[in-house]
Ligand binder design. Structure first.
Ligand code: SF4
Length: 588
């Protein structure tokens, strides 16, 4: 079968050893690589109930059959493990350039387990893994770590010209439960704490390089497909919008819809949204579109602050999710200050969505008299200090470093905390976008917006956001299509361009498999069920699919909207049936 190396690398960090495992075609046919393969490997190698921060927990990097091909949106890698934040299945994806370097090592999946006695960084090349001491890197931020590893490679491995490097920051070293794994400075496998797992193994960075390339079934067809897409997409309004405004365009859209989470989920509109939207970003910063490798959309914003105390600060961002988390939830009303907080999180190596949610939750805890800490809405410097405290695990920072559930328990604010399975939602309030309630409830990794990106059909009117009956059927189709994006590992912003027909062509060109929509959906559904099996094995029950109580009892003031328990129950019941699971969400 084409499109794969048929190889998984399994690295034992404790023993400083590795083995090469061959992956049969039969497994690749039923999983299509990426998420499908990684989930199979996690089920196989992770025993139930392992400590996420212990040696038995495997952390898996995976690429897909389209990686390092001509396909647009294909330079993306996935990271999979058991999450220290949720205790559930963890998956997170990152763009940039690293995926092609991973592919150059000649493995479809790279598994890491064990714990090193001393800090190390790994050099993974073709059929080789070297363990380098990382004492001099420990304590450095993510940018400086990447610089230093790349400088070492330039000096010692002149043949490794296109090495990709992933790193953790101080947050990952200190096993902050929502630490990220970063690459290309600003691209992150951002959610569910994959960086803490790497930190628990005392791995500061991993460099990937090599010269391997895999054969795909029909390179000419893939090139033709990519060429045709480049022509068609020139006039595509979605592509133009991403290229012109990036994800910050969503600030206006969500405010208009009344679903822009504000003041720790108490409101759905932020009066000062025009200070933090795409227009503000483009007016007050120098902005250039910035793309991952093999991307014609260039949704990234390479932004430099023009004036004020952060003048000259440059980073790729901020993305909509960072703007919502610090701008909406914490009411920070200057776009330049959002760049500053974004940069701080990137350097420390922590997820901006969870960090912003925790900062706002802390502000609420202070206002309710549960803790004493000098912080308030809009107080940027206090928020920055809190982020530093979390990364260093100082004072209340140590509580927050263990995630929202721990903080809510310690401060007796369980009913106020907004999360599903321990993961905070992204910036789409499910009280006005009810399909997002189903998304947050059912995603294997917690309150995730990406598995089906169901905000898209609900915001654009393709699906009535208030409809309940029949919604799960539409949702499952979106989820299936985007699950295939995660097995092939393609950027989801190509979702309008890669419908079922195009996915079938992509799979045929990469692997040689000739799959119709039904067969593709069956593969995706099996991957979703495997994800669910992993979580059930860890003790998850249907009760964990429920939304935070505030979403079902506290209406948004602007629209008087909420999502009731009954509405959730109807959608969940339909969803389990759609998936072929029993009434308690068990695939059997
Ligand atoms: S659309 Fe954005 S995230 Fe996706 S590949 Fe392009 S630049 Fe990267």
């Amino acid at each position: 079968m084409r499109g794969f190396f048929n190889i998984a690398l399994r690295i034992d960090v404790s023993q400083r050893a590795f083995e090469i495992e061959s992956i049969p075609d039969s497994l690749l046919k039923t999983t299509l690589g990426g998420k499908g393969l990684a989930t199979h490997l996690l089920l196989k190698y992770n025993l139930p109930n392992v400590d996420p921060l212990g040696p038995e927990n495997h952390l898996i990097f995976a690429i897909g059959p389209v990686t390092k091909t001509a396909l647009w949106g294909s330079c993306r890698h996935g990271v999979y493990t058991k999450s220290p934040l949720t205790g559930c299945y963890a998956e997170s994806y990152s763009g940039g350039t690293a995926a092609e370097s991973m592919a150059a090592t000649g493995a479809d999946a790279i598994m890491v387990y064990g714990v090193s006695e001393e800090p190390v960084w790994l050099e993974i090349a073709e059929n080789s893994v070297l363990f380098h001491p990382a004492g001099d890197l420990w304590g450095l931020d993510t940018y400086r770590t990447e610089d230093k590893v790349k400088a070492w490679l330039r000096e010692n491995r002149p043949e490794a010209k296109k090495a990709g490097v992933v790193t953790i920051g101080p947050a990952g070293e200190n096993q902050v439960a929502f630490a990220v794994i970063e690459n290309d400075y600003w691209r992150s496998a951002g959610r569910t704490g994959v960086g803490a797992v790497l930190g628990s193994k005392k791995i500061k960075a991993i460099a990937f390089w090599g010269n391997r390339s895999k054969e795909i079934a029909d390179p000419e067809r893939m090139k033709q497909f990519a060429g045709d897409l480049a022509k068609v997409s020139k006039d595509n309004p979605g592509v133009k919008a991403y290229k012109t405004f990036g994800t910050p365009m969503l600030v206006d859209i969500l405010n208009k819809a009344g679903g822009f989470p504000t003041r720790y989920w108490q409101k759905g509109r932020f009066e000062r949204y025009q200070e933090i939207n795409a227009a503000a970003l483009h007016a007050r910063c120098e902005v250039k579109p910035h793309a991952c490798l093999k991307c014609l959309m260039a949704c990234g914003r390479l932004s430099t602050v023009k004036e004020g105390r952060h003048k000259g600060l440059t980073l790729e961002g901020p993305e909509y999710e960072t703007i919502y988390a610090f701008g909406g939830l914490c009411e920070v009303d200057r776009i330049e200050e959002l760049l500053y907080l974004n940069d701080l999180c990137d350097r420390l190596g922590m997820d901006t969505i969870t960090a912003g949610n925790l900062a706002a939750f802390t502000i609420e805890a202070v206002r309710k008299g549960r803790i004493s800490y000098p912080i308030g809405y809009g107080d940027v410097d206090a928020i920055a200090r809190l982020l530093e405290d979390i990364a260093a695990r100082r004072g209340i920072g140590d509580t927050l470093a263990r995630g929202i559930r721990v903080a809510a328990d310690e401060w007796n604010l369980q009913a106020h905390a907004i999360h599903v399975k321990g993961l905070e939602p992204a910036g789409y309030d499910p009280r006005v976008l009810k399909g997002m309630g189903l998304a947050y409830g059912t995603s294997g990794r917690g309150a995730c917006h990406l598995r089906a990106t169901f905000y898209k059909p609900e915001l654009t009117g393709m699906v009535d956001p208030n409809r309940i009956e029949g919604k799960a059927k539409v949702f499952a189709e979106w989820e299936d299509r985007l699950t295939l994006f995660d097995t092939l590992i393609i950027c989801r912003f190509y979702r309008d361009l890669y419908q079922w027909e195009q996915l079938s062509s992509i799979i045929a060109a990469a692997t040689g498999l000739d799959l119709g929509t039904g067969e593709m959906r069956a593969i995706a559904a099996r991957v979703s069920s495997d994800t669910r099996r992993f979580n059930l094995r860890e003790g998850l029950t249907a009760a964990d699919d429920r939304l935070p109580i505030r979403f079902t009892t506290e209406a948004l003031p602007e629209s008087n909207s909420l999502i009731s328990e009954d509405e959730m129950q109807v959608m969940l019941k339909e969803y389990y049936a759609e998936r072929g699971w029993d009434d308690s969400g068990n695939p059997g």
